[in-house]
Design a binder for this molecule. Sequence first.
Ligand SMILES: C[S@@+](CC[C@H](N)C(=O)[O-])C[C@H]1O[C@@H](n2cnc3c(N)ncnc32)[C@H](O)[C@@H]1O
Length: 282
Amino acid sequence: MQTAVLDEVGLSEKEFRLISGLVYKHCGINLHDGKKELVRARLAKRLRLCGFTSFAEYINYVLKDTSGSEFSSLVDCLSTNLTSFFREAQHFDFLRTTLLPQLMERKRRRQSCRLRAWSAGCSSGEEPYTIAIVLLEAVEGQGRWDTKVLATDISTAILEKAKQGLYDEQRIAPLSAMQRASFLTARRAAGRKVFEVSDRLRSTVVFRYLNLMADWPVKGPLDFIFCRNVMIYFDKPTQQRLISRYYDLLDSGGVLFTGHSESLTGIDHAFKYIQPTIYMKP
Ligand SMILES: C[S@@+](CC[C@H](N)C(=O)[O-])C[C@H]1O[C@@H](n2cnc3c(N)ncnc32)[C@H](O)[C@@H]1O
């Protein structure tokens, strides 16, 4: 039997492959060889917190835990949650100046007042709340509109944070003074100043757990989908499947927004290219 090669804190090659295989199968995240140190460092913290002394002991526990709760924490540790309000601002400019006026005009002709968006891989909520702000600003004074943003993620811990809707001053810096006054309330929590999203914003966004690799209990057709900085962690076949499923869910004239480094090059699709990272279903 080959002796497992342990690095200094003890994640052997075999253990790394076992963990990366489980994660890939469950949530599509492609932890290639270059990610070994990241996996070791992030999980080492979890091991320490839970009192495990080796990766072997921890993996054994994860595999035996039929509730899936520890596996879910493992995924939480390994997923990257970086996000911000108005991230990739050109998407929100396009939404405000081009897409929403077109959509609202088309809906008026059809006598529909529904606007439906999906933030797939919403992390701590900044993305769906930004979408909701732009939507609510667009419909202000335009009669009755029924606006909803579905916001989903695989990480239950990050979804809890998103639902809380509490952000510190630094995080809300991209919002204008008017947006802060309209959509946030300042208060103190645990001795520091925080900003809480307003009820109007809260009631526009619906947070749900959803694994993009599994079934989607999402009712279409949708007007636009944000799936940004998520597909970057998936391999090409997984990205291909996702893009086809997004296409099917969108209404004709609906739009898919991807992250700045996620073009659809090399993917077979019928979307019309609008501008970098913005694609429309004809
Ligand atoms: C880097 S964040 C992107 C957040 C936001 N979309 C943005 O661009 O600012 C990626 C998010 O995708 C989520 N994610 C990764 N794999 C997923 C999967 N299989 N299903 C659903 N969400 C997933 C992660 O938990 C994480 O919150």
